[in-house]
Ligand binder design. Structure first.
Ligand SMILES: *Cc1c(COP(=O)(O)O)cnc(C)c1O
Length: 353
């Protein structure tokens, strides 16, 4: 059965959670002889694949996630597409997949946004979440890299992932499962990283938490990430506040949002730092009142404040359990940039042709 396509794409006024797809997709193929084919824009539709397709069996699949927002002048801007292109190249390189040129990545996104931006309402809480992905398409069960690939670009209209974004979430520290390990693939965005995290996410949900806190794999001592997001701690308050995030050790995914918030924090006059932070230090600094705020960040959920941490050795609240002022200031600074409401000295908001 094929998906039914609306003849005239309509504005999506009530987006769900990753299911309100826009009308089009772009596809491109790669083979050793010809390299990349010309991108083709067509309706979003089902694929026809051979059951022995390599990507399906051996996980030779990489992806990206980025957003486009409607600016107050009505145009649509894509957030740091060049930086997502560079990360996509690193993810592909790690899986022996050919790298897509940065210019191609940026231009196919511009083309899809041009085609489907009419489906984005002017509600500032809405955005277009863009999903580029690539997979090996050889029909072979030999354990080797594919010699042919398909690149696909699709998008959906997103609302807020955690509903009202100033309400806090609870997080559960996972001691039994790890997300990433040295020499593995935790620093790239590949499909195989996510299915193994689902059992830990279920465990967190059974304990009333929305997210998992991942510890380092070797010592199970240092805090690394939260679910599919990077994390931040705030020490102190007011002009003296310090904005801290776990250091990139090779097992963390270098988030574009993480990078943006570090720069924005400095612009707002806060001190910033990247540190190795142990679970015990985190617990102690919250108890002492040194750590005043904690939040998670990523393209999907933007900035999500954390109110409660649940751990096998006892639970603790962060600050008074509500979204703190530094978290809110950073979130506003970022969303203002997304919507073209603030100066953009680094040219992060990309406006297509
Ligand atoms: C995508 C992702 C992030 C966030 O990266 P952004 O570029 O900010 O969206 C963080 N951690 C993991 C594991 C991810 O997959």
């Amino acid at each position: 059965m094929t998906t039914t396509i609306e003849p005239a794409a309509q504005v999506i006024t009530n987006p769900g959670h990753g299911e309100s797809f826009t009308a089009h997709m772009i596809s491109m193929d790669w083979n050793e002889l010809d390299g990349w084919s010309e991108p083709v824009l067509g309706p979003l539709e089902n694929l026809s694949i051979h059951p022995a397709m390599i990507g399906l069996h051996y996980g030779q699949v990489a992806f990206e996630g980025l957003k486009a927002h409607r600016r107050t002048d009505g145009t649509v801007g894509t957030w740091r597409s060049r930086d997502h292109a560079l990360r996509f190249q690193r993810s592909c390189a790690r899986l022996a997949i050919p790298e897509l040129p940065v210019e191609t990545f940026v231009s196919v996104i511009d083309r899809l946004i041009e085609a489907d931006q009419g489906q984005l309402s002017d509600d500032p809480a809405h955005s277009i979440y863009i999903r580029p992905m690539i997979f090996g398409t050889d029909t072979s069960l030999m354990l080797r890299p594919s010699r042919t690939y398909r690149f696909l670009l699709m998008a959906f209209v997103a609302g807020g992932f955690f509903g009202d974004n100033t309400s806090t979430v609870s997080v559960h520290v996972s001691h039994d499962y790890v997300r990433a390990f040295p020499g593995g693939t935790g620093n790239v965005k590949i499909a195989g990283n996510y299915a193994p995290s689902f059992v830990a996410q279920r465990e967190a949900e059974a304990l009333g938490c929305q997210q998992v806190v991942w510890l380092d794999a070797l010592e199970r001592t240092y805090i690394e990430e939260m679910g599919g997001m990077n994390m931040f701690l705030v020490r102190g308050s007011g002009a003296d506040a310090q904005v801290i995030t776990p250091q990139l050790t090779g097992t963390l995914l270098p988030g574009v949002t993480r990078n943006s918030l570090l720069a924005l924090a400095e612009r707002l006059g806060y001190r910033t730092g990247e540190e190795r932070i142990s679970l015990e230090q985190w617990r102690r600094e919250c108890a002492e009142g040194t750590v005043t705020e904690v939040f998670a960040c990523g393209t999907a959920a933007v900035v999500t404040p954390v109110g409660l941490v649940r751990d096998r050795d006892g639970d603790w609240t962060v600050g008074d359990g509500t979204a703190g002022p530094v978290t809110r200031a950073l979130r506003t600074a970022l969303t203002d940039l997304h919507h073209g409401l603030a100066a953009d000295p680094d040219g992060w908001l990309h406006i297509g042709s």
